[in-house]
Design a protein around this ligand. Structure first.
Ligand code: OSB
Ligand code: MG
Length: 375
């Protein structure tokens, strides 16, 4: 495969509902999409970097810059066997994993189209359906949260994850457990707690949570291990796992017992599969995290979630929870059993809607070997 052109677009999409985490509120997304073109085929990748560097040190503007000046030039006109060739091409560029992932994932998608196999199959997926959970943001009032939980439990989602932070935690968990003693419940702090909070977190075993996601610093393994020694509830690592070595180090240290894999956070499908394999070898389950993706990133998350060790419900849920209108067709839907069917058709298994993407685009750029065309 030779990539003849890379089209970059930034789309702006309002979220159907604001999403609040311990690091801020998101009301709309600015999303970098990349389209790679080769021999009459075109494939897409989505960059999950946020509007601000609040989840990680990347953001949409750094991703745009690095894609344009560093990543795309390394890929154009080079003979590629598969998406697995991308990490070596990008190796000289440190970090910027979300930017790298968008391009690499598009190359995997292109390869699947070229071979006429589903992306799931190409990645090594074995599941025909994937179990789905939801991530529910911090709400203006506890009553509003209870309403949201009620909606999602009734829709059939298999796991409810609550975003939390100091002041939106114990009282909330108590109220939720009084009303729903038996649902599979977890929480995600996005690094909102410090050492002084450890004694308090140690009392949360009483809520019977499936896991507590990234309670402490986004770059920490040591203090998570100290906390994990003191609690029965498994810690799930998100932000601090950047690659397979982090996964191995964290599991050997005992920093957590579950890993959330986000393909953007680890730099693409190649590394996501490697993290999956490290966890599988250690007997540690993984699940697929979400980053408020459009249908393109969502389709990629579905394919990744079909790998065997994705045994816990992921944050991969229906398009309509995020968007009034998605940029793929059909939109992603979840059955009343809380499952998504993994497509078996070639490539991503959903049609991309280029006209809709055009309407939503606020900047566009085409990169070819030796030429940059700004539209
Ligand atoms: O920590 O999982 C996270 C969204 C943005 C940034 C970080 C996270 C999230 C979510 C949303 O939890 C998951 C989703 O896409 O539904
Ligand atoms: Mg998280």
């Amino acid at each position: 495969m030779k990539i003849e052109a890379i089209h970059m677009r930034e789309v702006n999409m309002p979220l159907a509902h604001p999403f609040e985490t311990s690091f801020g509120i998101t009301t709309g997304r600015r999303i970098l999409l990349v389209e790679v073109v080769s021999e009459g085929l075109s494939a897409w990748g989505e960059c999950v970097a946020g509007e601000h560097p609040y989840f990680s040190d990347e953001m949409v503007d750094t991703a745009w810059h690095i894609t344009e000046t560093e990543l795309a030039p390394r890929l154009l006109d080079v003979e590629l066997e598969s998406g697995r060739d991308c990490p070596a091409l990008f190796e000289q560029v440190r970090g910027h994993r979300m930017a790298k992932a968008a391009i690499e994932n598009a190359v995997w998608e292109l390869d699947a189209m070229r071979q006429g196999v589903s992306l799931s199959k190409l990645l090594g997926g074995t599941r025909e359906v994937i179990p789905c959970g939801v991530s529910i943001g911090i709400q203006p009032t506890p009553a509003k949260l209870m309403e949201k939980i009620d909606t999602e439990v009734s829709a059939g989602y298999q796991r409810i994850k609550l975003k939390c932070k100091p002041g939106w935690d114990e009282a909330i968990f108590t109220e939720v457990r009084e009303r729903w003693p038996d649902i599979t419940l977890s929480c995600d702090a996005n690094s909102a707690y410090k050492l002084d909070d450890a004694d308090r977190i140690a009392t949360w075993d009483r809520f019977d949570l499936l896991m507590i996601e990234q309670p402490m610093w986004y770059d920490d393994f040591y203090f998570h291990a100290e906390l994990q020694k003191r609690i029965k509830t498994p810690i799930c690592l998100d932000e601090c796992i950047r690659n397979r070595r982090d996964a191995q180090a964290a599991l050997e240290l005992g920093s957590g017992r579950i890993i959330n894999i986000k393909v953007g956070r680890v730099g693409g499908f190649t590394e996501a599969i490697a993290v999956h394999d490290v966890a599988a070898k250690a007997g540690v389950p993984v699940w697929c995290g979400g980053m408020l993706e459009t249908g393109i990133g969502r389709a990629h998350n579905i394919a990744l979630s079909s790998l065997p060790n994705f045994s816990l419900p992921g944050d991969v849920s229906a398009s309509k929870r995020y968007w009034s209108e998605d940029i793929i067709e059909p939109e992603v839907t979840v059955s009343s059993r809380g499952e998504i069917v993994v497509p078996t058709s070639p490539g991503r298994g959903f049609e991309v809607l280029p006209d809709r993407i055009d309407e939503l685009s606020v900047r566009k750029q085409t990169l070819r070997k030796g030429a940059t065309i700004v539209v």
